[in-house]
Design a protein around this ligand. Structure first.
Ligand code: MAN
Length: 577
């Protein structure tokens, strides 16, 4: 509640009424006091206390009473000339009977301009007799304005009563909802625990069966690989055993240049012995079981040698066919290119990569004839076909070798059961999380201080905007405040709801929003919102008194805690509820 506003209003109303009374009694009660002195200061100029003397109000000097308002400044604090313009810092009191009394600088006395509504400042000189006393009219107008304001405050008060009713009802509703949710949460937690147990129980046999299946498959793959390797070893033995006598000896190795480790161009005894595991002669079993593992990396099968040869021949052919301008094109030779591509395949790359690469290479030399270009393109297309085919073959072989077979029926049944248990557990967890989220939301709402009577609940969940020349400001009470440039751009946070920060006797008159967007080279943005009673919820102004420190003025019926008696101007501070 805005006690200050209300108090000032109350004071004013009281003053207005008392001045009215004073004005009415003016004819009968006349107080003798020097010109320009207020009623309350009259005792300071009282003849009775000091006889013929007057002591300057600051106590600095004592002068003769006849020196008061003699148009000569004697007191350093200007207090001896309240009714003339002789002192530089003098203050002239306008009684303004019927309106509000106030002070004017005494320099304005008799300057020809009417300042006091009772014309008392222009008693001689150019303005003498020219000013009209319009205090009564002003007082009337002022009274009417204040009356209208009181009417609005009273409307606000009535709205506030509704806010209180709604706020209290909302609080009860939230508390009940929270209770309900907490019961639901307990139930949901129980279901989660049960479902977790069921899931764990289903996952045990599932894992066991899957592991068993996988182990069996791995064993099968290993056995298959071993059998293939044995076949390769047997084939290698066959190829090395030139005379097919069931033994490999030194002279049968003399043409196997893949074992020419010192690159001398022929196989010496030492190199042959290395192949034969140090022996002079090796039989099939020993070769397969003991030697093949060390030999296989280097060994070249006949079909591999043939393929290499064919490849080389084809390359030689292509080089001969291709015009000189093409000899050094960006295309790597087939082998490298294929290897690269195969590497890519092995890594499961996308098909497009190959074609993209091909496209990139398509920058044919301008010197070529159309036919030469077509031939070149055709060769590349053929090569692509070959590669695509090989890729498919690799894929096929990979599928049969690398892919674990489907689970057997019993395992699959365990997986299905475990899947269902997992799904049910996840569903139960989801339900619990949703309930927890709702509990959190409600607890958060209930934690907000909406005033002892919940009147500020009416502002919760609402947002109010105010636009000045540059920005649109937004206040979402108990949530955030922000700013957006009228030229567009994103919203800048001017703070998140922090707390009520009014003085102890008027706590709910100031809201603080802190931890907004950091100001460049400055503090985090923050907003102070001053609240006043008003018939509408509205941001009435927004300013930035210090860089990145914002201040909003906000009117709300939630602060209209007084009801005025329009005939007496008196207030009733008690809410109806
Ligand atoms: C933006 C606005 C202003 C603020 C400056 C500080 O332009 O948030 O209100 O003063 O940043 O750099």
């Amino acid at each position: 509640m805005d006690v200050r506003t209300v108090i000032s209003t109350t004071l004013f109303v009281a003053l207005t009424f008392s001045l009215g009374v004073l004005w009415m009694c003016d004819a009968t009660i006349r107080v003798e006091r020097p010109r320009g002195v207020s009623l309350s200061n009259e005792p300071l100029y009282n003849k009775d206390s000091q006889g013929e003397y007057f002591t300057c109000i600051d106590g600095s000097k004592k002068i003769l009473r006849s020196q008061i308002n003699d148009d000569y400044c004697d007191c350093p604090d200007s207090s001896d000339e309240p009714g003339t313009s002789a002192c530089p810092d003098g203050r002239f009191h306008c009684n303004n009977r019927g309106y509000r009394p106030f002070y004017i600088p005494s320099s304005r006395v008799n300057d020809g301009i009417c300042d006091c509504c009772d014309a008392s400042d222009e008693y001689e000189g150019p303005g003498a007799g020219k000013c009209i006393n319009n205090c009564k009219e002003l007082g009337k107008r002022d009274l009417e304005e204040r009356r209208q304001q009181m009417v609005l405050f009273n409307q606000g008060f009535d709205i506030r009563q509704q806010y209180i009713k709604d706020g209290l009802a909302k609080k009860t509703e939230r508390e009940e909802e929270l209770k309900k949710l907490q019961t639901e949460k307990e139930e949901a937690q129980k279901i989660v625990d049960e479902k977790r147990k069921v899931r764990d129980e289903a996952e045990g046999p599932e894992t066991e069966a899957k592991d068993k299946h996988k182990a069996a498959w791995e064993a099968e793959v290993a056995a298959k690989k071993a059998a293939e390797e044995k076949q390769r070893a047997l084939q290698a033995f066959k190829e090395l055993d030139i005379d097919s006598d069931g033994r490999i000896v030194f002279h049968e190795l003399t043409n196997r240049l893949e074992f020419d480790t010192d690159a001398s161009g022929h196989i010496n005894e030492e190199e042959a012995k290395a192949v034969l595991g140090g022996a002079n002669v090796v039989e099939e079993n020993a070769f397969v079981d003991q030697l093949w593992n060390d030999v296989k990396e280097k060994f070249k099968f006949a079909h591999e040698v043939e393929a290499e040869l064919a490849q080389k021949q084809q390359e030689g052919q292509e080089q001969l066919e291709e015009p000189a301008a093409f000899e050094k094109n960006d295309f790597e030779d087939d082998d490298d290119f294929d290897d690269d591509i195969e590497d890519e395949w092995a890594e499961d790359e996308e098909d497009e990569d190959i074609y993209e690469e091909e496209d990139d290479e398509d920058d044919f030399d301008d010197d070529l004839t159309d036919d030469e270009r077509d031939a070149m393109r055709q060769r590349r297309l053929d090569r692509m076909d070959r590669l695509t085919k090989r890729k498919q073959e690799m894929k096929d072989s990979k599928t049969s070798d690398d892919q674990m077979p489907d689970y057997d029926e019993a395992t699959q049944a365990l997986i299905t059961a475990a899947d269902q248990a997992r799904n049910e557990f996840e569903e139960a967890e989801k339900t619990l999380k949703n309930i927890e989220r709702s509990v959190g939301d409600i607890e958060k709402q209930l934690k907000v201080d909406l005033g002892p009577d919940q009147a500020f609940q009416a502002l919760q969940g609402q947002c109010y905007e105010y636009t000045d020349r540059e920005y649109t400001y937004k206040l979402c009470p108990f949530e955030k405040s922000s700013q957006r440039s009228k030229n567009g751009g994103s919203e800048t946070s001017l703070g998140l709801w922090n707390q009520w920060e009014g003085p102890a006797d008027n706590k709910y008159s100031v809201m603080m929003y802190t931890r907004g967007q950091k100001c460049w080279n400055g503090p985090d943005r923050s907003t102070r919102v001053n609240l006043k009673c008003g018939v509408e919820n509205s941001v009435t102004s927004a300013s930035e008194p210090d860089r990145c420190v914002y201040q909003f003025e906000f009117t709300t019926p939630a602060l209209c805690t007084y009801k005025y008696d329009l005939s007496t101007g008196e207030t009733d501070t008690h809410d109806e509820l």
